[in-house]
Design a protein around this ligand. Structure first.
Ligand code: PGA
Length: 249
């Protein structure tokens, strides 16, 4: 049995006060076991979140692939470890679209994250154009193969993939539970081909893209979907709590 995950991606939202308010409001209402609840926050909030949260696990939204050096504005894995951050989102489609993140940088970052025992949440997904052209599986195959090229996985429980169709992110138009399941199943097959079934059956695969309190139950109940990566709905305390409960269906 894979333990479900509810991961919030706050993106570039919340001040320190709002972040602390969220933790104080949400934590007492969270299920204590059987679901990993994660908040991926802007780097400047990470230390406060680590300090304040007891149930919620903390993740970054990006990380540089070098340990240190002349990379102005970047955050290194050494710094994330020093801050006691546990997770890191890698290859989010917004980073790929706006900040030149490529499959090659995602590959280097996954290797670095694992070297530092940070748990990567690796994002993949197709554009609407690619889906309509029937290329979804080709895109996923290409992204997964390149992201995991030369990667050794020792603890599959610590590697997370997020299937996030780009057309569903922030649009209010989620994939249907069948579309999400089909792609997550396909991703698991790709992982089986690369790492073998023993490993692929333990890697958790999340769906992300316009998850809300109405559509999540149906999505999370699909066989190959082990949780959600949630943007907009993770900003609202009540919705976030409700989504964690949906994980315990
Ligand atoms: P959304 O974002 O839930 O607002 O669609 C998801 C994501 O980008 O991870």
């Amino acid at each position: 049995m894979r333990k479900p995950i509810l991961a919030g991606n706050w993106k570039m939202n919340k001040t320190r006060d709002a972040a602390i308010h969220f933790i104080l409001e949400v934590e007492p209402k969270l299920p204590k076991d059987n679901v990993d609840v994660i908040v991926c926050a802007p780097a400047i909030l990470l230390r406060d979140l680590v300090k304040r949260s007891e149930v919620i696990k903390v993740g970054a939204q990006n990380m540089n692939e070098h340990d240190s050096g002349a990379y102005t504005g970047e955050i290194s894995p050494v710094m994330l470890k020093d801050t006691k951050v546990e997770y890191v989102i890698l290859g989010h489609s917004e980073r790929r679209a706006y900040y030149n993140e490529t499959d090659a940088t995602v590959n280097a970052k996954i290797k670095k994250a694992l070297e530092f025992e940070l748990k990567p949440i690796v994002c993949v997904g197709e554009t609407l154009e690619q889906r309509e052209a029937g290329k979804t599986n080709d895109v996923l195959s290409n992204q997964i193969k390149k992201a995991f090229d030369g990667v050794t996985i020792e603890n599959p429980e610590n590697v997370i993939i997020a299937y996030e169709p780009i057309w569903a992110i922030g649009t209010g138009k989620s994939a249907t539970s069948k579309e999400a399941q089909d792609s997550c199943k396909y991703i698991r097959e790709l992982l089986t081909n690369i790492f073998g079934e023993n490993i692929s059956s333990k890697i958790r695969i999340l769906y992300g893209g316009s998850i809300n309190v109405k559509n999540f139950k149906d999505i999370i109940s699909q066989e190959d979907i082990d949780g959600g990566l949630v943007g907009g709905s993770s900003l609202k305390e009540d919705d976030f709590v409700e989504l964690t409960k949906d994980c315990l269906y």
